[in-house]
Structure formats: structure tokens, C-alpha cells
Design a protein. Sequence first.
Length: 142
Amino acid sequence: MRNLKLSKINFLKVGEVILALALVLTPTAFALADLTNLPSTPGCSSFGGALRCDASNTSVNDIIVKVLNILLGVAFLVAVLFLVIGGFRYITSAGNEEVAGKGRATIINALIGIVVIILSYVIVQVVARTVTNTGNTAGSPT
């Protein structure tokens, strides 16, 4: 049998597969999100009426925020995957300083990515709330 080397992972191919899965599963996530809102939407029937009700209540800002949240979620999953890969490399280095250094660098970069993603999520939420509340005047209580 041939020896398989786990150290030669093509990260570009892994990223392409994750991106393809995200693009395939995004419409499914939107469909499931619409199904969970069916009983709580007043005046909408459960057979096709939800599409008319949701379409009239959904703004472009809501759609943009949903898409950005999904993209940030996928980025977070990729960063956690790299955190696991870096930890695996670091633990299985068996005293090899070069492999341990690569694992340590992957862990640090993944943690930096996670912090950036969390800050991006906060920024998206703040901007979305600011944009949706532009009709409020400065003197009115909120």
C-alpha cells in the first residue's frame, strides 16, 4: 500500500469545496428560515401565502444583512477548521520544530481571523441598525 501523507493538504481545493457547499446550501438556509416563520406570521396562510407576506415585509437592507451574516458564518467555520488543522499539526509535530512552527503560525492566524470575523459581525449589526433607524429624529427618545 502507498503511504498517504496528511501534510500535503491542498488548502485551495479545500477552500473551493467549502465555498461550493456554502453556495449550494445558502438557498436551502433561506428556505428553512422562511419555513420557521410560517406559524408566527399573522394573516398568512401556510400554503404559499408566506411568500407573499414575507416579500412585502422584506427590505433590501434585510436581505443584505442576511447574506452578510451567512458569509460571516461560513468564514467563521473556515477559521475554526484552520484552528483545528493548526492544532493537529502542532500536536502531531513529534518534536519537529519546523512542523510545530507551521502549526503554531496556523493557530495564531486562525485566531486573528476569528477576532476579525467577530468584529465584522458587530460592525454589520451596528451599521444595519443605524441604517434601519434613519427615520428617527435626534431628539426623540428611543
